[in-house]
Ligand binder design. Sequence first.
Ligand SMILES: *Cc1c(COP(=O)(O)O)cnc(C)c1O
Length: 456
Amino acid sequence: MAGEHTERFLERLPGHAVFSAAGSRDEAMAAFAIPKFPGSFDDALRTLDEHVDWAGHNLGSSRFFAYIPSGGLYESALADYLAAVSNRYAGVGAAAPGATRLEHAMLRWLAGVVGYPATAEGDLTSGGSMATLSAIVAAREARKIKCADVTSSVVYLTAQTHHTFRKALHVAGLSECEIREIPLDANLRMDCAVLEERLCEDRKDGLRPWLIAASAGTTDAGAVDPLDEIADIASEHDAWMHVDAAYGGAFALCGEGRRRLAGIERSDSLILDPHKGFFLPGGIGVVLVRDGQKLFDAYHARGTYMQDVAGDTERSPCDYSAELTRPFRALRFWLPFKVHGSRAFAAALEEKLLLARYFYEECSKIPGIEMGPNPDLSIATFRFCPENADADTASNALADAIRRDGRVFLTTTTIAGRFTIRMAILTYHTHVEDVDVALEVIKDCTAALRAAQDTE
Ligand SMILES: *Cc1c(COP(=O)(O)O)cnc(C)c1O
């Protein structure tokens, strides 16, 4: 029954609207109510179909260009099913040697992809936010930052640093660190000359440069900070270099992406979201720490009731994580790669880079459109700046018109105080014809807005 439900869902998915409004909340809550007596499985599936499966963003659409698109590779869904059925205890090596070895194999493989040495260790988390928290705690422990040291420890980031980084600092009890927001250059990358100056000044002032948060693919614009230069500065001043590669890290798998991420292998820690660039369904992030012992030292803990596994030689994920009991996440990561091979992923990622460049070039030809920086990865930004009109107002009107048109789904942001529209290309089945539809929609909508302006 679940199989048939799935088949029907997948058949309808491609033709379905890229965004659907939710139905009645009262009806949904009534349908979700827990019955006292057994109900039918069929009825439960109908509830899913009516109240869950379709409302909101359609991440399965090839015309979803909003936020950071997530994939939904079917093999990953099957893996979740297989993992839950076998229900191996994936937190402790002795309890599930196979599952924990598979997790280690995936971490080793990914460490190799980003160029980390054999000393690297990591953890599979629920997503990028938790991976960031994990990296920050490892960096805190490695640099022995105690309560009394917090206010003299300095963190360097930019206005483009993902908000979950500051959130993680807060959760880790580090929001009272000195925070230096380093300005951006014209390409929305961290200005390394200023970074270097600030580090020197802070040291002169008796502060301790602790953590530099570099971005390898910002959410707003896909910008990659100058990682090699940041690595030079970090090592000169003995600061911990962390790279947020939640979105951009997957591109390390293809040649062109690898070149754009040069220097990432010199960082102390990084995060990467397989539920973004590796096209997996939501629920998996990775943290990697170059010197894996530091991650172990931050998280290793034992209770007396675990004495039976004390002599276990198998690596235990719980020693590298805040979690003990956890889902067997490695399987949802491994199965798609095992079945399709890594080359298929590399080709798909290379395609996304090319599509972003194509979009950038074609979109810049549309009258009134002003493009943001050349895309470093697969996100392009633009504004609508017709003559005699305020660009923020006009861009807002364009975003509205695109939303009403409904053929594609794009979202907006504010960069340096300016209202900006984003085109994020990362769904695995987005191809050139889908990007052409987006261009068509932008052409149609800008033309209509200009015509309306002329008749005013
Ligand atoms: C998505 C994203 C995050 C947060 O990751 P989640 O998986 O949503 O928790 C952090 N940084 C960047 C650059 C991202 O794109």
